[in-house]
Design a protein around this ligand. Sequence first.
Ligand code: ZN
Length: 60
Amino acid sequence: MSWLCAGAQDQQLEERTMPTTGEKPGPGIYACRDCGERVILDDPDDTLPPCPECDGTDYD
Ligand SMILES: [Zn+2]
């Protein structure tokens, strides 16, 4: 008999950091998760604002 199921299944925790309002994710283009409105940050010190369209706070 062989033991194929060793219980060694790695649980992959996807570590995706979603930038949210108030963070400083760095320069880039961030799309609102709710409405897709894009916010452009061009300075490392810029803080992500609430979405100008829907006031959302989650970005991709
Ligand atoms: Zn939005």
